[in-house]
Design a protein around this ligand. Sequence first.
Ligand code: AP5
Ligand code: MG
Ligand code: ZN
Length: 223
Amino acid sequence: MGAPGSGKGTQARLLVDSGGYVQLATGDLFRDHLRRKTDLGTLAQSFMDRGEYVPDEVTVKMVRACLGEIGSGTRVVFDGFPRTVAQAIALDGLLAERRRRLAAVLLFEVPRERLLERLGGRATCSDCQQMYSLAIRPPKREGVCDRCGGPVVATARADDSPDVVGRRLEVYDEQTRPVVEHYERQGVLRHIPGEGSIDEVFARVRAAITDVDSSFPPNGAAA
Ligand code: AP5
Ligand code: MG
Ligand code: ZN
């Protein structure tokens, strides 16, 4: 969990790369539907373009379908879901049905000015999808991916315009802060300071989930 620009996608990808996790990112799933011009994509776009959340019912249905395709022994890192208390309750149900459990909830904490900087100048490697911020974390060689040498292109999202970013931050405060409290009460929330380099933040992520890593079998191992 974390506000727009707090690094959810960046850190989730690093966890996937380090092995043992698959990523389930609702924003990415909606954007994929949008590219494929499905009905769900068209519906989602009308909300995303305004920085509003897609209705819970629609979002939960998509997550349910996606979980159905993920093997039962697989560790999943949710990115951007759940974002409302109703979604958090629905997730509890989805996991209980599958006899799975939520191991931990990570909350990335980043000051607002930093979020605004990061969301301006977003860039991505066309080959490996590594994310960069042209404003504060450009690739070492201009236009060339540090990780794979592929082309890095500016990828400001349609919802990165200043007014939509402002609304995304407001919606986060209104609808997602209560989810933070929900998980705080359940005792599963772990706060991750989200400032510093991407690698520094990742080291904090790793340190925060050492118990999860040892108590949940990695993907591919017997459950
Ligand atoms: P979603 O796609 O989830 O977007 P978001 O939460 O608004 O935020 P971002 O993806 O922009 O931020 P992030 O935290 O992933 O940060 P990132 O790693 O990219 O959702 C989009 C929309 O879809 C929503 O508004 C809603 O309409 C809909 N939606 C999605 N899920 C939904 C749900 N569950 N229910 C209802 N509607 C839903 O990092 C940002 C930038 O910073 C990058 O350029 C990155 O390279 C850079 N960066 C990251 N870490 C660092 C660092 N440590 N130092 C410097 N730069 C960094
Ligand atoms: Mg993201
Ligand atoms: Zn790359």
